[in-house]
Write a protein that binds this ligand. Structure first.
Ligand SMILES: Nc1ncnc2c1ncn2[C@@H]1O[C@H](COP(=O)(O)OP(=O)(O)OP(=O)(O)O)[C@@H](O)[C@H]1O
Ligand SMILES: [Mg+2]
Length: 391
């Protein structure tokens, strides 16, 4: 397997920059997931790595070798696209081994390899079927298997699960996580599903408008976002945000907004004292960090329960407050029904603070040493400090 390094990569389509000065290092065996809204440059970045698109500037290195000018066919990359592009008239077995045949690889070897790959992906009972006789998830696995037959240096996956139903998606997602662990492959995975990103990635790269905004472990990005964009992109329901002002008092700090006020952590005192008092600020509260108070208290946000969404193990409550609508995630069935007035506060050490005008993060839970359970799966590898910059 191989490491990957992008240095100052740009891509212009005519005058339109689709990728702007992307720096990214992916360590050997690491899985980096690129996320971002539609049109932000994820596929273009992947295609540049694959050699299907030429970078307008910058360089691409695979395993330390500069491949910026090396054609796609000589990069030893396995790519899985959203559409599986299987050969419809061939059996699963032929789909798996056809590439090896074209490359004139010894028959015995490719037969043995197909057997291993089929076993790994749970396709061994399906080898005689044609793609039309398979379910979507099974077809997806054949497409993955075809890539595995090649032992590529690098796997590139572009939204490979996007046309599977929710249950299959979860199943294939788990399979991919296990697969990644077993083959210790270097992978770059593109999705706009942030749940996929949070659960699969060693590190996530968040893109917006062609810029790689921030790269870090799921936990780092969730707790220590660099700006409002990253903070609201990761997390579902997303971060609740409120515009308002900070009040610095002799014995307390608080944030005042239309729908109430929230106490701020004492550790923010120096930061807040250094800001102009009229600076417009945005406070962020994760849906899971609300706490129900008695309506007689003065602290907190007051509102009326608008929508209650029962999800089984948890409930998402939407509260209509003055000038805001907030989401609250509660375990179980949730304590309240529609139309009930509520007062909610948030644990001070879980709050996020942003400069409203620039969107830059001023304070985050990560900065306060709060250890949230990191949303990573057991067995995920530790990766060393890696550099990733974006302007
Ligand atoms: N061949 C092309 N010619 C001109 N513009 C292109 C071309 N390919 C992509 N673009 C533009 O570059 C930008 C980035 O596109 P890209 O496909 O990388 O986005 P994406 O992040 O993969 O989006 P999605 O999530 O919708 O797949 C878009 O504005 C797109 O319109
Ligand atoms: Mg795309």
């Amino acid at each position: 397997m191989s490491s990957l390094e992008l240095q100052g990569v740009w891509k212009l389509f005519g005058k339109h920059p689709a990728v702007k000065n992307v720096h990214l290092s992916v360590a050997d065996g690491e899985m980096v997931v690129l996320v971002g809204p539609s049109g932000c440059g994820k596929t273009t970045t992947l295609r540049i790595v694959a050699g299907l698109e030429t970078a307008s500037a910058g360089s691409v290195k695979i395993g330390g070798r500069d491949v910026t000018r090396v054609p796609a066919g000589r990069r030893n990359i396995g790519m899985v696209f959203q559409s599986y592009a299987l050969y419809p008239h061939m059996s699963v077995y032929r789909n798996l081994t056809f590439g090896a045949q074209i490359r004139h690889e010894p028959k015995q070897e490719s037969r043995e390899r197909a057997r291993q790959v089929a076993e790994l992906l749970g396709l061994d009972q399906l080898l005689d079927r044609r793609p039309a006789q398979l379910s979507g998830g099974q077809r997806q696995r054949v497409a993955l298997g075809r890539v595995l037959m090649r032992r590529p240096d690098l796997f590139l996956l572009d939204e490979p699960l996007s046309n599977l139903d929710a249950a299959l998606r979860a199943e294939v997602r788990e399979e991919l996580i296990r697969l990644h662990r077993r083959v210790e492959a270097t992978m770059m995975y593109v999705t706009h599903d942030q749940v996929e990103a949070m659960t699969m990635a060693d590190r996530i790269g968040v893109m917006s408008g062609g810029v790689l905004m921030q790269v870090g472990t799921p936990g780092e990005l969730y707790e220590g976002p660099r700006n409002l964009f990253v903070a609201t992109f990761l997390g579902s329901p997303k971060l609740n945000t409120f515009t308002g002002r900070a009040e610095v008092r002799a014995d307390s700090l608080l944030f005042r907004m239309n729908c109430g006020w929230l106490p701020l952590p004492a550790s923010w005192r120096r930061l807040l004292e250094g800001l102009p008092s009229d600076r417009p600020l945005t406070l962020g509260v994760r849906p899971e960090d609300w706490r129900l108070l008695s309506t007689l208290e003065s602290e907190g946000v007051v509102g009326v329960v608008d929508i209650v969404e029962l999800l089984g193990g948890e409930t998402i409550v939407t509260v209509a407050a003055q000038g805001a609508s907030l989401r609250w995630r509660v375990g179980g069935k949730g304590p309240v029904g529609t139309g009930v007035p509520v007062r909610l506060t948030a644990r001070a050490e879980c709050l996020y603070l942003f400069d409203t005008l620039s969107g830059d993060a001023l304070a985050t839970p990560a900065g306060q040493g709060l250890a949230r359970p990191v949303m990573q799966l057991p067995g995920a590898k530790e990766v060393g400090p890696l550099t990733a910059k974006a302007r």
